[in-house]
Design a protein around this ligand. Structure first.
Ligand code: FES
Length: 204
């Protein structure tokens, strides 16, 4: 999990990054631009073009949104649904700031087309607060100083929650590898790791 370069790392973190890179390439390959109109070949080989109204299940609620084939999930979350916890910070090398959960898996919203996640449960960092109750990952980040500037924090919190949901008794090494898809420019990895490890020891 350590390091500030964008170089993919080994282990589970590498797998997620590799998958996303691969899926990004596949998506690019299937995106077709026809004049002023865009089209996308969906998984079932149907061609979708122009703006389309779809329903996304976000944080347990069905939300109608209008998307074009090129519209990313991140754009929908931030611009149409007002869920601004997920960030687009690739240009300042804060990878993973756009992390959300899709079907329980940590996913980069910025490299996922909105059309791809129709019908799948999506959770953003906003879902980790229920009234005055905060998810233990959130309180753990505070307790262990898992943040400095905070730019990467929402994505890291979501990635940690997703990882612990799937690996509730993870070891230190597994945590470091499992969170390898997120980068913190401030280097708060020690606090984040301590938070995740404490939760893993306590059954997350
Ligand atoms: S980038 Fe500043 S806290 Fe992670």
């Amino acid at each position: 999990m350590s390091g500030s370069s964008k170089t993919p790392r080994s282990g589970p973190g590498f797998s997620r990054r590799s998958f996303l890179k691969g899926s990004g390439a596949a998506m690019a390959a299937t995106a077709i631009v026809t004049g002023a109109e865009e089209a996308l070949v969906a998984d079932d080989n149907t061609v979708v073009s122009g703006p389309k109204e779809i329903t996304l299940n976000v944080n347990g609620q069905d939300r109608k949104v209008t998307v074009e084939p090129r519209t990313s999930l991140l754009e929908v979350l931030r611009d149409q649904l007002g869920l601004t916890g997920s960030k687009d910070l690739q240009d300042i090398y804060v990878d993973g700031a756009d992390t959300v959960m899709v079907d329980g898996k940590a996913t980069y919203a910025g490299t996922t087309f909105a059309l791809q996640v129709e019908g799948k449960p999506i959770r953003t960092v906003e879902s980790l607060r229920d009234g005055r109750n905060l998810d233990p990952v959130v309180t753990g980040f505070v307790k262990h100083d898992g943040m400095q500037c905070g730019y990467c924090t929402p994505g890291f919190v979501v990635a940690t929650r997703a990882f612990l949901d799937q690996n509730p008794s993870a070891t230190l090494e597994e945590i470091q590898k499992g969170l390898g898809g997120n980068i913190c420019r401030c280097g708060t990895y020690d606090g984040i790791t301590k938070c995740a490890l404490e939760l893993a020891k306590g059954g997350a």
